[in-house]
Design a protein around this ligand. Sequence first.
Ligand code: PEP
Length: 252
Amino acid sequence: MRKKIVAGNWKMNKTLQEGLKFSNDLKEALKGKTVNCEVVVGTPFIHLSEVAKNFEGTVVHVAAQNIANKEKGAYTGEVSAAMVASTGANHVILGHSERRAYYHETAELLTEKVELALANDLTPIFCVGEVLEEREAGKHFDVVAAQIKDALFELSKEDFSKLIVAYEPVWAIGTGKTATADQAQEIHAFIRKTIADKYGEEVADNTSILYGGSCNAGNAKELFSNPDVDGGLIGGASLEADSFLPIIEAFN
Ligand code: PEP
């Protein structure tokens, strides 16, 4: 049975001290609570080690938001998958629309990153999603299918089975505009079918597909109640324990 997951993405927010305060706050807030999903917190690189240490022995996992597409060597400023894994983090967000748009990440580059993540036992949270013009032109199914096929379909069945997919319509990220529950279900079911056509029903049924885009305490329960929505990738609302906790509790 696939996992239910609520993952946060801090993006480029929080000093180290603010990050540690968040982890203390969330740990405290989760004490004695029933948690019915896996929880992941995606921090900037510099927080990973301390935040991972702080969450040790809890239900919370830690994710990086990127890794290099090279194993190691003379790549000034880059951070490798092995380095991320050595901090205690065990997930990595890859293919986020901000990295595709601002850092020109291509399918080819993302394939390299996914392969390095898997080789270092990091679980990729692989993001896909269309921009507004593509949605309005009715091209969102084609766009999302191409993002998945171009970057991921060279993977073996075994490797693909280790991925988490996040559908994040770019028009809903940080805009306060959320996909309706029906829109989310429709495209999540389509993503699952795309996976099934390539890797079979069993792999598709076991792949967690998260929704991302202005998901918050007010809409999480409705979005997550869809059969093909297995949780969320949360930006703005993951920045404070008070706003993140109710999204985790949407599965209770
Ligand atoms: C994101 O960037 O992954 C995201 C979902 O952001 P927000 O929740 O702020 O829309």
